[in-house]
Design a protein around this ligand. Sequence first.
Ligand SMILES: C[S@@+](CC[C@H](N)C(=O)[O-])C[C@H]1O[C@@H](n2cnc3c(N)ncnc32)[C@H](O)[C@@H]1O
Length: 323
Amino acid sequence: MSLETLSIKAQSIEKSASMPRTLWLCGTLQVAVLAILWSLGLPQPELILSALLSMLVILAIAIQLESYYRTQSNVANLLQLTHRLIHRQDEQITRQQDEQILALLQQNSAQRRQDYRQIESLFSVFALLKLSHPLPSMREWAISPDMAALIIALVHERKPKRVVEVSSGISTLMVAYCLQQIGEGSVVSLEHEAQFADASREQVGRHGLQNIAKVIHAPLVPVTIADQTWQWYDIAPHQAILHPIDLLIIDGPPGDLQHQSRYPALPQLFDALSADAMVVLDDGDRADEQAIVARWQQEFPGIQVQRIANEKGAFVLHVRKVS
Ligand SMILES: C[S@@+](CC[C@H](N)C(=O)[O-])C[C@H]1O[C@@H](n2cnc3c(N)ncnc32)[C@H](O)[C@@H]1O
């Protein structure tokens, strides 16, 4: 409610409430004046003239008095209504603040639950892998610990001979450590940024996994699939080492590079997949990744899809090729 509306409302309240008081006061005054004039014993013309004049004066007094009462009453009402309005606004602000605090508390508690889950996964990672060097930080640009645990579980379960990764990093180390434990298999990691290919290669070396993991710098080039063009890894010079793929891990190129950035991975590498291959796609909570999987399901019928509710969300696809 605006102040203008308030003042209109205030003016209408008790408009006539002061009238009886004014009438009573002025009426009494008029009677008193008339009585005094009468008692003076004035001749009739002067008496009538004086009576009329006194009436005019008392009428003016009545108008002044009434206007004074009304102004007083309006101001009081306006103040009262303004006070109520401010009080209501205060209540509203307090309610909004309460809701914000509650949302922050819920967010904080969800974050603490998530952090605990990642710590649990880290314990699994450290228990399952015999690390020879400290790991780089996880989360943010890298995979989260629960994704690392998922990859370790898959590699141990499937024992892939060849793993191909689309983007390098922590996942390269996870896969290579598992393959080292299993005693066979290798991982090829495609990395579009030369500096990050160097960084990942350096990590692979520090962990003593260079015989198992190979990081390839594959710059992004235009790739056209069904009349649509994407920036994707230049794999042409590396075809020989990309066949057959038992496990394909897709975590690049970055999602903000283009619409459905990781879509080309399956069309480009489907023929290279072995007859019974697994595909893992990170960042499954993003709308783009969900649309990519839906599109793959249409274009490659028969793939089984499992959605994983980990920190960033993931998809695990089972591709069985019928000959
Ligand atoms: C989602 S990340 C890949 C994460 C990787 N799969 C892992 O497990 O750590 C995608 C891209 O981020 C880039 N990147 C950003 N910061 C990086 C860093 N500090 N080290 C290595 N790569 C980085 C690389 O180009 C990488 O291909």
